[in-house]
Design a protein around this ligand. Structure first.
Ligand code: ITT
Length: 198
């Protein structure tokens, strides 16, 4: 049975399929087939929200679904924006404004350590099958740089590099990102092969 991705974020779908295609896999975007209801993300953790999205969309479509919740945690800002990454600073703030808000809050603070987190949840209409997590550690740049990627990528410098994800080639992001780690963890549990779901 086909596995559908439930997300309204096309950047995520592109990254899923870039990584999955190298593994001989692909996913269908559920929102291209159904008009999906909005899922209220009111969980306390990335895992809560990923599971809620997967369960509600699986029940709505009657299909096998995977959903993702992800975000940026800046340690000296009490792990903000965290689960609020998509709506940090208010629903209507642009990505540029969200990045500026983080830079303003950090100011000249030398502790700029951060991480991106991604949780994938796999569900049938009857319940959760499993979840996997991935992270990539790094630091927050002094100013935004680069146009690659999306969201917080212009201010996130992954450990081991001198440039932001916004500046680095997408092949580098796709080799080390939180999303890629979560996908590889899911592959090692055969979660992209619904025939192996118990
Ligand atoms: P769905 O819930 O429909 O999947 P969303 O964009 O609302 O889409 P989330 O609630 O998981 O998704 O919020 C994730 C936010 O975290 C995302 O909008 C970005 O601001 C940020 N984010 C996550 N992964 C990122 C990445 O790889 N690069 C840049 N920003 C990222």
């Amino acid at each position: 049975m086909t596995l559908y991705a439930a997300t309204s974020n096309n950047n995520k779908i592109k990254e899923f399929n870039d990584v999955l295609s190298e593994l001989g896999l692909s996913v269908e975007n559920a929102s291209h087939i159904w008009k999906l209801p909005e899922v209220i993300e009111d969980g306390k953790t990335f895992e809560d929200n990923a599971q809620k999205k997967a369960l509600e969309i699986a029940a709505y479509t009657g299909r096998n679904i995977f959903a993702e919740d992800s975000g940026l945690e800046v340690f000296s800002l009490n792990a903000e924006p965290g689960i609020y990454s998509a709506r940090y600073g208010g629903e209507n703030l642009s990505d540029v404004d969200k990045n500026d808000l983080i830079l303003k809050k950090l100011g000249k603070n030398p502790n700029r350590s951060a991480r991106y987190v991604c949780v994938l949840a796999f569900a049938t209409p009857h319940g959760i099958i499993d979840t996997t997590e991935g992270e990539v550690r790094g630091s927050i740049a002094r100013e935004p740089a680069g146009k690659n990627g999306f969201g917080y990528d212009p201010i996130f410098i992954p450990d081991g590099y001198q440039k932001t994800f916004g500046e680095l080639d997408k092949s580098i992001k796709n080799s080390i990102s939180h999303r890629t780690c979560a996908i590889h963890n899911a592959c090692s549990k055969n979660l992209f092969d619904t025939r192996k779901w118990k």
